[in-house]
Design a protein around this ligand. Structure first.
Ligand code: GLY
Ligand code: MN
Ligand code: MN
Length: 426
């Protein structure tokens, strides 16, 4: 299961067509040092990955719509010593043979080979600070290219990435299934696990035992009031039996992300207050998932969540206004300060090369079949919120699924992760 050479080629073809006569240059990612001789895990640049599948650092993709050779790669040279220390490199011949580049060179050959391609041409380029080729490429472009053009191809790549192919969906389903199993496992084992760290370890163990080594983002494992911090990820506190734990975690599979949040009581039994907030979020979440279909906008779905949760918060006495006043005053914002969701794909927050409006914050941009979005409403009652009865303070609940937009509506890719109160308590 993976993306076929044909699909990579079709993606490049669409971008080549979009370029008119411009040359497009895209940097791969580069290694980031963690300390001394140790690097952070390498992850390929998503747009570079989308167009090439080439997995190595320090590379450069060049697309030349006017050339006899249109798909060009500059890659790290074969190097016996470095390969003994750091692992295999494809080198230019591997880039041609395995990744079907029309031509490829060592990345030390920019001053001759890249120069020939870009001389007197308009170039689309987004710099990548810290990439070992960044300065040389920029200098060459300023010296020999005719001009730099607006980087419309970069936006176009993100636009293409919005709609997932069958092969991409297979990879996303796999990531979703593995993550759902991981969430169910930690829910089951939580009463025996006394800390956020042990819960995180159990999720990672479950993913890695399914051969998903990478996480799409650092897991958030937040016990008790830590759940009211949206991007908490210290994950180093003990968990108490009376706490709810919020776990926002998802593995990636061949660089495609999953993104699931589940909340459960450590003891296995919700308190009355925890259950009330959980039920309010679940009601909104289910209604929002049900509303996913072509032609709806993320903005509409967001407003649906706000309306449902506002009514629930009023009935629980947490908002003390009429529904109309609360909506006009955006009183929900104190409890629900983020968006209903985001596109999901190669990146967990996918397609961020598009404007926020095009990604869903405007009614103008409607969902289309093939898009995958998260639906993740939440209610967070800050520990220092002195306007509410103390019994509510420090409760944080988010419920998040990954939802594919289909021709006829939607498919919840993460439905296997339990979220009904009775299932969780069981
Ligand atoms: N895990 C990050 C998010 O839910 O957006
Ligand atoms: Mn998310
Ligand atoms: Mn998430």
């Amino acid at each position: 299961m993976s993306i076929s050479p044909k699909e990579y080629k079709e993606r490049r073809q669409k971008i080549l067509t979009h370029l008119n006569n411009d040359v497009l240059i895209i940097f791969s990612n580069f290694e980031h040092q963690k300390n001394s001789d140790v690097n952070f895990d390498f992850r390929q640049d998503s747009s570079f990955e989308y167009l090439t599948g080439f997995p190595e650092a320090d590379s450069l993709l060049v697309l030349d719509p006017l050339g006899k050779d249109k798909f060009l790669l500059f890659v790290r040279p074969k190097d016996r010593t470095r390969e003994i220390w750091d692992g295999f490199r494809y080198g230019p011949s591997g880039a041609i043979k395995t990744f079907h580049a029309d031509a490829a060179w060592n990345n030390s050959e920019l001053s001759t080979e890249l120069k020939k391609v870009i001389s007197c041409r308009n170039v689309q380029l987004v710099s990548k600070k810290g990439h070992p080729l960044n300065d040389e490429v920029n200098t060459l472009v300023s010296q020999v290219a005719k001009n730099t053009s607006p980087t419309t191809a970069f936006t176009e790549i993100h636009r293409l990435r919005l709609i997932k192919s069958k092969a991409e969906l297979d990879l996303m389903r796999k990531a979703a299934d593995i993550s759902a199993a991981g969430h169910n496992k930690i829910m089951k084992e939580a009463p025996q696990l006394s800390s956020e760290s042990k819960l995180e370890a159990t999720f990672l163990y479950s993913c890695m035992m399914a051969d998903a080594k990478d996480q799409a983002y650092p897991p958030i494992v937040a016990g008790g009031k830590n759940a009211t911090c949206l991007h908490y990820n210290q994950n180093n506190q003990p968990t108490n039996p009376e706490d709810i734990v919020l776990v926002d975690a998802g593995c990636s599979w061949q660089n495609y992300a999953s993104d699931i949040t589940r909340c459960f009581p450590v003891s296995g039994k919700f308190t009355e207050e925890q259950k009330a907030i959980y039920a309010a979020v679940l009601k909104a979440q289910k209604a929002c998932v049900d509303s996913v279909k072509p032609g709806t906008s993320m903005k509409e779905i967001h407003m649906l969540a706000c309306e449902i949760m506002t009514k629930e918060l009023i009935s629980l006495g947490l908002i003390k206004e009429s529904f109309e006043d609360a909506m006009n005053n955006r009183s929900f914002f104190e409890f629900f300060p983020h968006n209903i969701g985001h596109h999901l794909g190669l990146d967990v927050h996918d397609c961020d090369g598009l404007s926020p409006e095009e990604r869903g914050r405007s009614d103008k941009f409607k969902l289309q079949a093939g898009m995958v979005v998260t639906i993740e409403p939440g209610i967070y009652i800050q520990p220092d919120n002195d306007k509410v009865d103390p019994k509510w303070k420090g409760i944080g609940i988010r419920i998040e699924d990954d939802v594919l937009v289909t021709e006829s509506g939607h498919e919840n890719l993460t439905a296997k992760a339990l979220k009904e109160i009775s299932d969780i308590e069981q």
